[in-house]
Design a protein around this ligand. Structure first.
Ligand SMILES: [Zn+2]
Ligand SMILES: [Zn+2]
Length: 316
């Protein structure tokens, strides 16, 4: 039996841990301060069995810590999952830009340091400019090997936002795109200037019909646009739209999180990024667009709908 392998990638490693649609929705609720089994059940609309399963999965991967007795357990962020805070902010920012979502318009983020309502912005740690994925180049890093991909990784692939039962729609369009393993992989590869179907297929151990289905979905969702490169037979290349490129900051937070938390052999990053706009190694920093300071989870207050929420804290 041949093993399934792909290029070592911190994005894939990270998403294999937390990228399942249900895991993303559960973490979102815990970020909003919903901690009880019943609370998460109600807010996400997940079935009990799936919720138990994913809570266990997230605990096994040190992304949630359980407190309290068997009757009234509650689930809390760990240092590892609180480190996904910038990722959650980038999800909200993208969703807000491309979807008319009342739940998001009800979110108010206030940066305690400057006292202002703010938008989170992905910037380069060196030149402080806003990061655009088109101004980033990739080089193999010390950990550039191949990863064996576990076929059993739990990634659901129902491709309809309506299939997400959550009452809360804060970033369900994004969850719907990246909560599918292959769709997320395809987007990540597109940042590397892959355009042709066969190029994606060479990189991914996935059946042709499934890949074709995902490519079609990404076109429908406005992430890719197609341009013909051959007439007989007609063949198209896939290009990221602005909406697709604007997912880059979200993926960058996933990549940096994966570099920090998903490097089992301690080999170092599989990939190094350069911000070509300034020529320096890219270390993405999420800052407050009002004062330019890096946004830290314990320095942000937010309100959502009618819920007052204070800063997120790890159970650390
Ligand atoms: Zn820079
Ligand atoms: Zn600020």
């Amino acid at each position: 039996m041949t093993e399934l392998t792909t290029r070592a990638s911190s994005i894939n490693r990270a998403l294999d841990q937390i990228g399942d649609k249900w895991c993303l929705l559960i973490l979102q609720e815990v970020f909003w301060g919903i901690n009880s089994f019943g609370g998460i059940l109600q807010e996400t609309g997940i079935s009990r069995g799936v919720l138990s399963d994913r809570l266990k999965w997230l605990q096994d991967h040190d992304c949630l810590r359980r407190r309290g007795g068997a009757r009234h357990p509650s689930y809390h962020l760990t240092h590892k999952s609180v480190d996904l805070y910038h990722n959650a902010l980038m999800a909200v920012a993208w969703e807000d830009r491309y979807y008319d979502t009342p739940d998001i318009q009800a979110v108010r983020l206030v940066h305690r340091n400057c006292g202002k309502r703010f938008e989170p912005l992905m910037t380069c740690g060196h030149c402080h400019g806003a990061v655009d994925g088109r101004d980033v180049s990739f080089q193999p890093g010390p950990g550039a090997t191949r990863d064996v991909r576990d076929k059993k990784v739990r990634r659901r692939s129902s491709l309809s936002a309506d299939a997400i039962p959550s009452e809360r729609h804060v970033y369900r369009n994004l969850v719907n795109l990246v909560g599918d393993r292959w769709t997320a992989n395809v987007i990540a590869l597109a940042f590397h200037d892959l355009h042709r179907f066969d190029e994606f297929r060479r990189e991914l151990p996935v059946a042709t019909n499934i890949l074709a289905d995902r490519m079609r979905f990404l076109v429908e969702q406005g992430i890719f646009e197609t341009r013909p490169y051959q007439q007989r037979p007609l063949r198209h290349e896939y290009f990221l739209t602005d909406k697709g490129w604007d997912l880059f900051p979200w993926f960058l937070t996933v990549l940096q999180w994966g570099d920090r938390w998903c490097d089992p052999d301690g080999a170092g990053p599989p990939m190094e990024l350069t911000h070509t706009a300034c020529g320096h190694a890219l270390q993405g920093r999420v800052v407050c667009d009002q004062c330019g300071e890096e946004v830290r989870p314990d320095e942000v207050d937010f309100t959502i709908l009618n819920l007052e929420r204070k800063a997120v804290r790890s159970s650390g």
